[in-house]
Design a protein around this ligand. Structure first.
Ligand code: ITT
Ligand code: NA
Length: 226
């Protein structure tokens, strides 16, 4: 059973469209989010931790809002900033900027504890695409995320490979509109609509999470999973 690891029910609603075969279920587990500039190392560490916790194949989902005029802030700190400042304040800050362009990014981290051994063909097209999209953090022997903190470093499980899948969507920060979605959706406009004005299908068709999930779903199916 594949576990989609998140504490966020909004993410689950979106992921359900891609993980529909009945062999996937949410694991409500709050893995440690290490401090890092990129989402990749956070997702990789989280995937290993969640796999150790669940002892099942896991998919973690780390996302963030990156505002151009703030050099990418809040980025990996998006959850903390949403809790502390709130999205209205984030909008106010962005409204004072000349450049209100922003992007959502999502990084999925998959870890099954056996190096993806289920695959009949380890170098299939999906894996190459994901590797190209996810850059040097991707794939077997993924490294660079371990800053040397904590005793987990020395456990063999830390060498577990994690496969990363990334999704990105450009947009701009606007005053809040709409009541769908979750998180920063009301202040993120793409193609004239905020994400909170879109239903789940429409958001998935263009969103960071939708793109990452469709890459994952293609790769997962290519490896012989239903
Ligand atoms: P988990 O870590 O348990 O999955 P979370 O909500 O803390 O849940 P993240 O750390 O990935 O998830 O979220 C970072 C922040 O970005 C958080 O404030 C979310 O509400 C927000 N966020 C993530 N995806 C989003 C989306 O598609 N639309 C709007 N906001 C989003
Ligand atoms: Na989180």
């Amino acid at each position: 059973m594949l576990r989609y690891v998140t504490t966020n029910p909004g993410k689950v609603r979106e992921a359900e469209q891609y993980l529909t075969d009945g062999s996937v279920s949410q694991l409500d587990f709050d893995y440690t989010e290490i401090q890092a500039d990129d989402l990749g190392p956070i997702a990789a560490r989280g995937a290993r931790e969640a796999h150790r916790h669940a002892d099942e194949p896991v998919l973690v989902d780390d996302a963030g809002l990156f505002i151009e005029g703030l050099d990418g802030f809040p980025g990996p700190y998006s959850a903390y900033v949403e809790e502390t400042l709130g999205i209205e304040r984030v909008h106010e800050i962005a409204a004072s900027l000349d450049d209100r362009r922003a992007a959502f990014r999502c990084t999925l981290g998959y870890c099954d504890g056996d190096g993806f051994a289920a695959s009949p063909d380890p170098v299939d097209r999906g894996e190459r695409d994901a590797a190209a999209a996810a850059g040097p953090e991707t794939g077997d022997g993924e490294s660079g995320d371990d800053g040397g903190e904590g005793d987990e470093e020395t456990k063999p499980a830390d060498a577990l490979p994690v496969k990363l899948f990334e999704g990105y969507v450009p947009g701009r920060i606007v005053s809040p509109r709409g009541d769908g979605g979750f998180g920063y959706d009301p202040i993120f406009e793409h193609d004239g609509e905020t994400f909170a004005e879109m239903d789940t299908d429409r958001k998935n068709a263009v969103s960071h999470r939708g793109r990452a999930l469709s890459k994952f779903a293609e790769w997962y199916a290519d490896r012989g999973h239903v």
